[in-house]
Design a protein around this ligand. Structure first.
Ligand code: ADP
Length: 167
C-alpha cells in the first residue's frame, strides 16, 4: 500500500503517532521552539535519555523513547543553521530527513510526524526547506514500503499552505 503524505497544522507534542521528529540542536540537551515543547511534554526522562546520546552532528539524527508523549519514540534530528545556502545546507537538511526516516523504520514505525526542521530559529527559508522535506520523504517511501503515513506538522497557516501546495 502506498504511504500517505499529508500536512496538518498542529502541536506536534499532541500527535498520536509512532514517531515524532524533534528539530534539535547538536547538544541534544533541550532548547526553545519545538524542541522545548517536546521536552516539556515528554518530561525529565527525555533529557536524561538525551544526555546519554552524547550530542549529534548537523545532518544526522538519534532516537529515544517518547516517555510521557503520546508518540512512542522521538527522533532528534539536527538540521543545519541557514547561512545563505552555500554551506551545504540543502544536503544537510536532506540527510536529516533521510536519517529520521531510517530510524523510524528501525523501530517498525507505521506513522511519523515531522516539524518544519531548521525553519524557525535556524532561519532556513520555508519554501526551500519544504521542497527538500517532501522530496526526501517521497524518495524514501518509494523505496521502503513500511510507513503507512508521514505527517508534515506545521505550526502556522503560512507553513501549512506551503506544504499543501507541494503535496
Ligand atoms: P530550528 O532551530 O530547527 O529552526 P525551531 O523549533 O525554532 O527549530 O522551529 C522549527 C519549526 O517548529 C518552526 O516552524 C516552528 O514554528 C515549529 N514549532 C514550534 N513549536 C512547535 C510545536 N509545538 N509543534 C510543531 N511545530 C512547532
Amino acid at each position: 500500500m502506498a504511504t500517505k503524505l499529508r500536512a496538518i497544522k498542529a502541536d506536534i507534542t499532541k500527535l498520536q503517532v509512532d514517531v515524532i521528529v524533534d528539530a534539535a540542536n547538536s547538544k541534544l540537551l533541550g532548547g526553545g521552539g519545538v524542541d522545548g515543547a517536546i521536552h516539556s511534554a515528554a518530561g525529565p526522562e527525555l533529557l536524561e535519555a538525551c544526555r546519554a546520546l552524547g550530542g549529534c552532528a548537523a545532518g544526522n539524527a538519534k532516537l529515544t523513547k517518547g516517555f510521557l508523549l503520546p508518540a512512542k519514540h522521538v527522533v532528534h534530528a539536527v538540521g543545519p543553521v541557514w547561512q545563505g545556502g552555500k554551506q551545504n545546507e540543502p544536503e544537510l537538511l536532506a540527510t536529516c530527513y533521510r536519517r529520521a526516516l531510517e530510524l523510524a523504520t528501525l523501530v517498525d514505525a507505521k506513522t511519523i510526524a515531522f516539524p518544519c526542521i531548521s525553519t524557525g530559529v535556524y532561519g532556513y527559508p520555508v519554501n526551500q526547506a519544504a521542497r527538500i522535506a517532501v522530496a526526501q520523504v517521497r524518495a524514501y517511501v518509494s523505496e521502503n514500503g513500511e510507513l503507512e503515513e508521514v505527517v508534515f506538522c506545521c505550526f502556522s497557516d503560512k507553513d501549512l499552505a506551503v506544504y499543501e501546495a507541494l503535496l
